[in-house]
Ligand binder design. Structure first.
Ligand SMILES: Cc1cc2nc3c(=O)[nH]c(=O)nc-3n(C[C@H](O)[C@H](O)[C@H](O)COP(=O)(O)OP(=O)(O)OC[C@H]3O[C@@H](n4cnc5c(N)ncnc54)[C@H](O)[C@@H]3O)c2cc1C
Length: 252
């Protein structure tokens, strides 16, 4: 049996995001996944990466988050709240972030989940590898989000900017960086601005995406080998390798 982990971030249990989360649980269960939900507000999850993340301190005089994280991996000294989330993540073949777009990004509670759970030494860092050689290679992740604005705001020439540019820090900086294959996002545009029938249609569209999730092609990110990592300008594409991921539309 495959495992799915949904990280759900919305403060209102009757919200449209809650409906999207519930639909994902029922459909993924039908198509053969064991589904676990981290309901961050219900869990009262703290977004703060700070001393209480650890049951012991590498350096009690100077708090350097990544040093403490690496020490906690070695010493098995993450707080119980984090161990539990890391265990869920270890088991997940499919990771879904379900959230409303807030200030062009993740709500703070979900950003904090990433800060704290994608810890150095666990999700990335020395000896682990990143991007196409990342820790979660072979697993899939995707975003399911709602917006306030209509889809046209997220067109290439739209007011908010192209959707893949808006989502780049999450899709590339968090998910691709840690090795996930990133599936195209599902967007529910402006659920508060439309009627019940249109909202029902959005839930049906989400259901269709979920039913075909195992056949969905991931977004196209460059392999790490496409980049020159040692030259005078490390991190740039090697000569002759063309194309960028940002700017390539993801289905809209
Ligand atoms: C701090 C902040 C920053 C923001 N920044 C941005 C931004 O940068 N860009 C942007 O575009 N937007 C932004 N927004 C707007 C935000 O993205 C939207 O308000 C949000 O995505 C709407 O989703 P929701 O789940 O909160 O909708 P809700 O308002 O909870 O729900 C919409 C409607 O759906 C109904 N509903 C619930 N369940 C069902 C169901 N099962 N079937 C049918 N209808 C149902 C509800 O009753 C409600 O009438 C921001 C909002 C905040 C608070």
């Amino acid at each position: 049996m495959k495992n799915a982990l949904i990280i759900y971030a919305h403060p209102e249990p009757k919200s449209f995001n809650a409906a999207l989360c519930d639909r994902a649980v029922s459909v993924l269960s039908e198509v053969g996944y064991e589904v676990v939900v981290s309901d961050l507000h219900a869990q009262n999850f703290s977004p703060l990466l700070d001393r209480p993340d650890f049951t012991s301190a590498a350096d009690p005089d100077y708090f350097k988050p990544q040093t403490e994280q690496m020490q906690a991996v070695e010493g098995d000294s993450f707080a119980a709240e984090l161990k539990s989330e890391m265990d869920k993540l270890e088991r997940a073949d499919l990771l879904i972030f379900q959230f409303p777009l807030w200030w062009f990004g993740l709500p703070a509670i979900l950003k904090g989940w990433v800060d704290r759970v994608f810890a150095m030494g666990f999700a990335y860092g020395p000896g682990i590898g990143n991007y196409s050689r990342g820790r979660f290679k072979g697993r899939k992740a995707m975003l399911s989000l709602s917006t306030g604005g209509p889809l046209s705001h997220f067109a290439n020439d739209g007011l908010s900017g192209a959707l893949d540019v808006v989502l780049w820090p999450i899709q590339n900086g968090m998910l691709n960086f840690t090795g996930f294959s990133v599936l195209p996002p599902f967007v529910a545009p402006g659920p508060a601005r439309i009627g019940d029938n249109e909202r029902a249609a959005l839930l049906t569209a989400w259901e269709a995406r979920l039913r075909s999730i195992d056949e969905t092609r991931p977004l196209n990110f460059h392999d790490l080998d496409d980049f020159d990592l040692k030259g005078p300008e490390p991190g740039r594409l090697k000569p002759g390798i063309t194309g960028r991921t940002v700017g390539q539309r993801s289905g809209l």
